[in-house]
Design a protein around this ligand. Structure first.
Ligand code: ATP
Ligand code: MG
Length: 165
């Protein structure tokens, strides 16, 4: 994990519900073009956070781990789309390149699990989230903004969570 600075935020979750609530706050702030990278071991809570983000964003569809396809698409009544890419099973960067993340990002926000597996082809500007297992129901999370848009996003999230700058 990187050293904490002004462009980072730490959060400690004590339950899956708390992780989902945090995700909802973040999801409500997402715009088309936003890239959210979720790094953490199996069971760290990446998909749980995605469930909250999709709900906060307004998705009508239930979140599941992409299995047969690498990317799940969730829709909103206004026809906007939210993309969920799980890079766990990606076998090569070429395979990931075929997904054409730039085209996805032009159409909606994109959340990526196991982003470290495809890091060389990810846009440099993004919100990176590290999730760490602490104990059965406890998870530590650290958010780091790379780029102006994500500094703003993190400031807005901080304000939503704590009501201060
Ligand atoms: N504080 C917490 N936050 C998130 N999940 C938690 C928490 N406490 C317990 N859990 C449990 O841990 C599990 C997290 O699973 P989840 O599918 O979100 O992990 P993941 O990081 O997506 O794993 P994978 O790499 O397999 O996709 C769930 O069963 C959830 O209920
Ligand atoms: Mg998952």
């Amino acid at each position: 994990m990187p050293i904490l600075d002004a462009h980072a935020l730490e959060f400690f979750s004590r339950s899956p519900e708390q992780t989902r609530r945090l995700g909802m706050r973040l999801g409500g702030l997402l715009q088309s073009g936003d890239l959210i990278c979720l790094q953490g071991d199996l069971g760290a809570g990446k998909t749980t956070l995605v469930q909250g983000m999709a709900q906060g964003w307004g998705a009508m569809d239930a979140v599941s781990s992409p299995t047969f396809v690498l990317v799940n698409t969730y829709r909103r009544p206004d026809a906007n789309q939210l993309f969920h890419f799980d890079a766990y099973r990606v076998e090569s960067l070429g395979e990931a390149e075929e997904l054409d993340m730039d085209t996805l990002l032009a159409q909606g926000p994109l959340m990526v699990e196991w982003p470290e597996r495809v890091e060389p082809i990810l846009p440099a500007e993004r919100l990176w989230v590290w999730l760490e297992y602490e104990s059965e129901e406890h998870r530590a999370m650290r958010f780091a903004a790379c780029g102006k848009r994500y500094e703003t996003l993190l400031d807005d999230l901080r304000r939503e969570l704590y009501g201060v700058d």
